[in-house]
Design a protein around this ligand. Structure first.
Ligand SMILES: [Zn+2]
Length: 455
C-alpha cells in the first residue's frame, strides 16, 4: 500500500489520551496506519501540503438509517413527533428494495465523508419481502466509497396486530431474524484490527420488537462476539408504551432482557433519571447522542454532560435522514455544542468535549481502539480543513474547539481512510458524482412512485 506524508500541518488536533495539539508537524502514513508524527519526516510517496490546514481524527457516526436518505424533507411528516412520524413513514419504507438501500447508502455516505466521517454505523432494521440482499448492498456502497461501515442486521417482530407500531409487511418471525443474523455475521463481520466491515445485532425498539426477540438477540450477539444496539428512552410516548405493556420504565425493561453492558449502546438515551444514569455508568452501557434528530422530532435533550462525568460511553450521530434531512456530522458537532448551551453552562459540554464525543467517544461505543485519535499505530483515518479562507480568519487560537464553537462550514479539504484519500475538495475520489446523481435520483423517483408519494 502506498505511503502518504502530510507535511507541515499547521495544527494536528490528535484527540489522544493527552489531548495533544501539534503545531507545524508532519504525519507519516504507511500501510493504512499512522507510522510517525514529527518534524522533518521524509517519504518517497505522495505528499500533501499541510500548511494552513488543521488535521482532525476522522469522525465516527454512531447511529444512522442510511435508507432514510431517500425519504427526507417529506412535507407530510415535517411537524410530527416520533410515533406518528414512524406510522406514516413505514408506509413509504415498506416499498424499499435493494436498489433503494444501495443508492440511498451511497448518497448518505457521500454526505458523511465529505464532512469528515470515516467510520459509520448504519442501523438498518426494515427487512421486507425484498430484503435478502440488503446487507450486501450496504457493504457494497461503503466499499465503493472507501469508508469503514458497521452495519446492523436489525429487525422488527411486533406489528400493529400484536400491539406494535409497524405494518405486517416489515416484520419477520424471531426464528427467521435470528437465522439471518447469524448468517450476516458469518458473511460480513471482520473483527480484526483496522477492520472495514463489522456487523451489529440491532432490533429496532421496544415498540416494534417482542421481548423474546430482544432477549434472544442479546444471547446470540454474545455467542457470536458482536455488539448490540437499539433505540431507547427517546420519547415520553415510548416510556408510556413500555410502562403500559410491561409495567416498567424502558431501561428497567431492557435490564430484564440482558440488554446492559459494555457491548451495548442505545440511540438517544434522553428520558433517563438519576438512578438510570447510574445503571449505565456501572454497566458501561453507551449512548449515541443525536441532537438534530432530537430537536426535529421534539424528543428532548440528552443529559450528555452528566453522562461524561459518570464515564458513560457517549458517541455523536446524525440519526436517519428522515429526522435530520442530512448526514453532516461536522455540523452536528456545532449543533450539539449549542443545544446544551441553551440549557445552562453547567449542563453543557465544551466544544472540545463534543469533538471528542464524535471521535474517541464513537470509537469506544463501537468497541474499537484502532480509530478515533491521531497517534502512531492508529488507523490513518483523518480529515483536513483548509483555514486559508475568509471563513477562518481569526479562529486560529483554539483548533480543538473550532468545529463546535465556530463551526466548519462546507466540506473538508481531504477526508482520508486507511491512508487513502476518499474525498478531495468536497468531491468523492472513487465516484463520478454527476453520474451518481442521475442514477440515484432515478431510483428515488421509482421508489416514491411505488410508495404513492409521487405520481
Ligand atoms: Zn434512529
Amino acid at each position: 500500500m502506498p505511503t502518504l506524508l502530510i507535511k507541515n500541518a499547521s495544527f494536528i488536533v490528535s484527540c489522544d489520551a493527552h489531548d495533544t495539539i501539534y503545531r507545524d508537524t508532519d504525519i507519516l502514513i504507511e500501510n493504512g496506519e499512522i507510522r510517525e508524527i514529527g518534524k522533518d519526516l521524509r517519504s518517497e510517496g505522495e505528499t500533501l501540503d499541510g500548511r494552513g490546514k488543521i488535521v482532525y481524527p476522522g469522525l465516527i457516526n454512531t447511529h444512522h438509517h442510511l435508507y432514510q436518505t431517500f425519504s427526507r424533507n417529506n412535507p407530510a411528516v415535517q411537524n410530527m413527533e416520533l410515533f406518528d412520524w414512524l406510522i406514516n413513514l413505514y408506509e413509504v419504507w415498506k416499498h424499499m428494495d435493494e436498489d433503494v438501500v444501495y443508492y440511498a447508502a451511497l448518497v448518505g455516505l457521500a454526505d458523511l465523508v465529505r464532512h469528515g466521517a470515516t467510520t459509520v454505523f448504519d442501523h438498518h432494521y426494515v427487512f421486507n419481502e425484498n430484503s435478502e440482499r440488503f446487507m450486501d448492498a450496504l457493504f457494497a456502497a461503503a466499499k465503493r466509497i472507501g469508508v469503514r461501515l458497521h452495519a446492523s442486521r436489525g429487525s422488527m417482530s411486533r406489528s400493529k396486530k400484536d400491539g406494535g407500531l409497524p405494518p405486517d409487511s416489515v416484520v419477520q418471525s424471531t426464528e427467521k431474524i435470528l437465522q439471518d443474523s447469524e448468517a450476516a455475521v458469518a458473511q460480513f463481520h471482520d473483527p480484526s484490527r483496522f477492520s472495514y466491515r463489522q456487523v451489529v445485532l440491532a432490533p429496532c425498539s421496544p415498540f416494534s420488537v417482542t421481548p423474546d426477540l430482544m432477549r434472544e438477540s442479546a444471547r446470540l450477539a454474545r455467542k457470536l462476539g458482536v455488539r448490540l444496539h437499539t433505540h431507547l428512552a427517546e420519547t415520553y410516548d415510548e416510556s408510556d408504551y413500555v410502562m403500559e405493556k410491561e409495567n416498567m420504565r424502558p431501561l428497567a425493561y431492557m435490564e430484564t432482557l440482558e440488554w446492559t453492558g459494555e457491548d451495548v449502546w442505545y440511540a438517544h438515551g434522553i428520558h433517563l433519571n438519576d438512578e438510570e444514569l447510574q445503571v449505565l455508568s456501572r454497566t458501561k452501557t453507551g449512548v449515541a447522542h443525536c441532537p438534530v434528530s432530537n430537536m426535529k422530532l421534539a424528543s428532548g435533550i440528552c443529559r450528555v454532560k452528566e453522562m461524561l462525568e459518570l464515564d458513560i460511553p457517549v458517541g455523536l450521530a446524525v440519526d436517519g435522514s428522515s429526522s435530520n434531512d442530512g448526514s453532516n456530522l461536522l455540523a452536528e458537532i456545532r449543533q450539539a455544542y449549542l443545544l446544551h448551551r441553551l440549557q445552562s453552562s453547567e449542563r453543557a459540554p465544551s466544544a472540545y468535549e463534543v469533538l471528542k464525543i464524535a471521535t474517541v467517544g464513537g470509537a469506544r461505543i463501537l468497541g474499537r481502539d484502532d480509530i478515533g485519535a491521531i497517534s502512531p499505530g492508529m488507523a490513518a483515518d483523518l480529515f483536513l480543513i483548509d483555514t486559508n479562507t475568509l471563513d477562518y480568519v481569526g479562529t486560529d487560537l483554539d483548533p480543538g474547539a473550532l468545529p463546535g464553537a465556530v463551526g466548519i462550514s462546507g466540506h473538508t479539504a481531504y477526508t482520508i481512510v486507511g491512508g487513502n484519500i476518499i474525498a478531495r475538495a468536497g468531491e468523492l475520489v472513487t465516484i463520478d458524482e454527476e453520474r451518481l446523481t442521475v442514477e440515484a435520483r432515478d431510483v428515488w423517483q421509482r421508489y416514491m412512485q411505488r410508495a404513492g408519494v409521487m405520481a
